[in-house]
Design a protein around this ligand. Structure first.
Ligand SMILES: Nc1ncnc2c1ncn2[C@@H]1O[C@H](COP(=O)(O)OP(=O)(O)OP(=O)(O)O)[C@@H](O)[C@H]1O
Length: 507
């Protein structure tokens, strides 16, 4: 990162710290999360934010930092919740410990509609989550805003230090993003983040690290690994992109992945292991067992084809990194274990042979990077597809016949969604087999066949999801085509389950 180009967010342990990073990024600035162990090695930030935290400043082991070191950065500092209380103490004020928690909405009354509160409504809702409160204000302190009871909830010390008791990063603070933006505007030296600059920087970094060594990466056809492979290719690396076909792909998917990479001018190797996967899965009904078989086989097949790789590239993203950094309170970055052999990766990592060029980005930024690399939008906007593929959409036994039915139904459904402009409006959509036979009539004959269930959901992060109210006309056309074209199905269902309690996939 170049000088003054990032906002350093210091983590005092709040569950919302990651959200602060996200909000700052959404505002067009590059934010990075640092643990207190990192401090003061936080580069040359243009602004610093101290997060909230679960502890009380009065506890003996309360997280702390050296004020002189903080002050030496000479940039605007915003303390949120615990961060504000800590600043008040540093400036000579005090904090009152309390067992009672103020949790939930409060009203915000700025003293003046300027600075942090420029352009804000007079009684905007903010979200509180704290027990302790500021008691004596430091001498150089001014009150910037109060709550509905007249209690100070936002302070300023001198010219560069700001504090807010509430959480601007959560959406329940209705104008929280604007407050954060106003704070960033105080940081005159801070420069907006441009994905193009980042791209150049990452490409340069890859060149330095890779030299003429050979790099291997697994490509699934999904966004992360595609952007990764294209980035490596763009950097001129000697890259082997390996696509493992486990036979649980959607209709024509292998062909599509190969075509997509061909379109982008990036060569890939396909390993067709479908027969082996289906043989091992034969007769298995239990979801966890099926996942285990697929996971282990994948590992074997992938590493067999890797051979003696000098470098392995992985599409680890920033949420993976900061999740483990805040959880373990260490800098160690979590590795995507889903499809990769953990011990082998750890070994490579210890030798400095793992590349994670996307590890500073959120998913939407990976898409932006993909766009600036010239990757077509239809590839970047592809719905997420699970690693174990159609296996999780085929409850019970898996065989070629069942997979064929799922593939046909899925292709019909997705085709209609695309045709009517709904594909890009939903997070994920697919068809799953319901292997229960019911009675019907096809032609003049009695049929006794399975059902297929269609599912379309919206979600922000896959943690929760809601089913989509698709137009009946799309469901009607899809149902009509499936019932007429797909042998083995005489009933079409639409899944109207939210997550939780249902999951997005069936298994
Ligand atoms: N069929 C496959 N062939 C080769 N590599 C794969 C395959 N499926 C997954 N991988 C590798 O494992 C990583 C993690 O897979 P996962 O299913 O968790 O996808 P993901 O995190 O959404 O990434 P992507 O967006 O690239 O699919 C992928 O980024 C890719 O490197």
């Amino acid at each position: 990162m170049q000088e003054k180009q990032h906002v350093a967010v210091l983590d005092f342990g709040s569950q919302y710290t990651q959200l602060i990073v996200r909000r700052v990024r959404e505002l067009g600035y590059f934010a990075k999360l640092y643990t207190l162990e990192d401090f003061p090695n936080i580069g040359e930030p243009g602004a610093i934010i101290l997060s909230g935290g679960p502890k009380s400043t009065s506890e003996p082991d309360a997280p702390d930092l050296d004020f002189e070191q903080l002050d030496a950065f000479g940039v605007p500092v915003l303390g949120v919740c615990y961060g504000m209380q800590l600043l008040n103490i540093k400036f000579g004020g005090s904090v009152e410990a309390s067992d009672r928690r103020e949790y939930g909405p409060a009203k915000l009354f700025p003293v003046e509609p300027a600075g942090l509160y420029e352009g804000l409504a007079h009684d905007s809702q903010v979200w509180m989550s704290h027990s302790d409160t500021v008691q004596d204000l430091a001498d150089n302190c001014t009150v910037l805003a109060r709550n509905q009871h007249g209690t100070p909830v936002s302070l300023k010390w001198g010219e560069r230090y700001f504090g807010i008791q509430f959480h601007p990063e959560v959406t329940h603070s209705h104008e929280g993003t604007r407050i954060l933006h106003n704070f960033l505007l105080q940081a005159e030296a801070l420069e907006p983040f441009r994905i193009e600059d980042f791209k150049e920087e990452v490409i340069q970094g890859i060149r330095e690290k890779v030299g003429n060594k050979q790099v291997v990466c697994g490509v699934s056809g999904g966004v992360d690994s595609t952007v990764l492979a294209v980035l490596l290719h763009e950097a001129g690396a000697n890259v082997r992109a390996i696509f493992v076909d486990h036979g649980l792909m959607r209709k024509d998917e292998g062909e599509e992945v190969r075509n997509n990479f061909h379109r982008m001018g990036v060569p890939i190797e396909t390993v067709d292991a479908s027969e082996m996967f289906l043989r091992e899965l034969a007769g298995q009904k239990e979801p966890e067992k099926k996942r285990e078989i697929i996971g282990n086989l994948f590992i074997d097949v992938f590493w067999d084809s890797v051979g003696d790789a000098e470098l392995l590239a992985q599409g680890t993203l920033y949420p993976d990194v900061i999740e483990s950094a805040s959880n373990a309170n260490s800098k160690a970055s979590k590795i995507k274990t889903h499809h990769n052999r953990v011990d082998r990766i750890l070994e490579l990592q210890a030798q400095g042979k793992v590349l994670e060029p996307l590890a500073e980005l959120f998913k939407d930024e990976v898409r932006a990077l993909g766009t600036s690399l010239g990757i077509p939008q239809d590839i970047l906007n592809r719905h997420p597809f699970p690693g174990p593929g159609l296996a999780v959409r085929c409850p019970g036994e898996i065989d070629e016949y069942r997979l064929k039915i799922i593939r046909e139904c899925d292709a019909i459904f997705i085709g209609h969604l695309k045709e009517h402009g709904w594909y890009d409006k939903v997070w994920q959509a697919y068809a799953a087999l319901v292997p229960v036979k019911t009675v019907g009539v096809k032609g003049d004959e009695r049929s006794y066949e399975w059902a297929i269930s269609l599912r379309a959901v919206i979600s922000e992060d896959a943690m929760t999801a809601d089913w989509v109210e698709l137009p009946y006309s799309i469901l009607r056309e899809t149902s009509h085509d499936i019932l007429n074209e797909v042998d083995g199905i005489n009933r079409v269902l639409y899944d109207v389950s939210t997550k939780p309690p249902a999951s997005i996939e069936w298994e």
